[in-house]
Ligand binder design. Sequence first.
Ligand code: LLP
Length: 387
Amino acid sequence: MNVLTHFVPAFETLKTPFYFYDMDLLRRTAAACKDAMNRYGYQAHYALKANANEPVLKVMREAGFGADCVSGNEVLWAIENGFPPEKIVYSGVGKTDVEINHAIAHRIFCINCESTQEIDVVNGLAAAAGTTVDVSVRLNPDIDPHTHEYITTGLEENKFGVSPWEFGRLAEKLKAAAHLRLVALHVHVGSQITDLPVFRHLCERLNDLQDLLRNYDIQVEHLNLGGGLGVDYADPDGHPVVDFKGYFDLIHRYLKVRSRQTVHVEPGRSLVAQCGSVITRVLYVKNGQKKNFVVVDAGMTDLLRPALYQAQHAIQQLSSQASPGRYDVVGPICESGDCFGKNISLPQTQRGDIIAIRSAGAYGQTMAMQYNLRDLPPAYYSNNIDI
Ligand code: LLP
């Protein structure tokens, strides 16, 4: 039984497309994450880039999560939404001076430096502001996360972080940086990682890198493992909440935590993907000789993941229970890549039927764009939609 069926009468009355968020599932997911990590005293910073809507942020903040940001505007938005600055981390390979200055002025938990040059720049800006700044260094552990190449970030060939061959230089820079205090080491090797042994490998690699850095007299109070835990796009109803316990148990088992060190994580997708759907209406059904197309009013502008990463989101027709047919489900944009799924089994579908594209809570709305001068769709939340 589809959990969205209950809301179809409300969906029928609304202009499509729109994003719909199941707030009860969001709360349950946040609680499951919290329970699993509290057993080990870990700290989580929710990755705002996955979904930065105010009601979503409220749930995250109330669950006690900090914020993981990747732009100056995300830092400011997190603060505006009540995240305490001392729980905000800020990463990114290309921070501007203006963005760094904001982060310095708000005294966030730490700025994650991604290169040895950035150490110099942040130190210079801190000196100019007459202050000392807490930073972490993002390491590039050269690990293959077994995910799509566009969301792989921890390989030597990727632009992120500082590689072990630079550690000598890193140590010199840090020694010379009188206005910085190194508080953490950071890694984030990729996103939508469903192969859990990747995280074991990451922990083991971080253990080695910590040993190596000790030779340079570099020691820290915090270890930040980043985000990356994947969700089940094929079966969102079967696996609405990811196995946080398995993930944190694995970290606890394989990461060597030194005395007085705290472990941090930056989950995004695993907290918000499954609670969101794109709700769209069928505009046309085109029966062809080779294929049948269902043309819906949502497009790649509203959910870019299938076009950009060949992601397969579950597609469900909510209006009828007719016998199944096979369809390519496509959007209205003038691009052949504007396709949500090929050869999808749906009940025989007609103009006006309502379709849900599932697992769109992460990197759906935040990646929406206005190509073709389209409107940005609104969002509705299960706790205040009329049914
Ligand atoms: N920390 C850092 C430094 C990150 O770059 C990211 C995601 C995260 C945490 C959160 O990762 P998550 O737990 O969500 O996997 N647009 C792509 C995903 C890009 C992820 C970018 N970084 C997608 O739709 O799959």
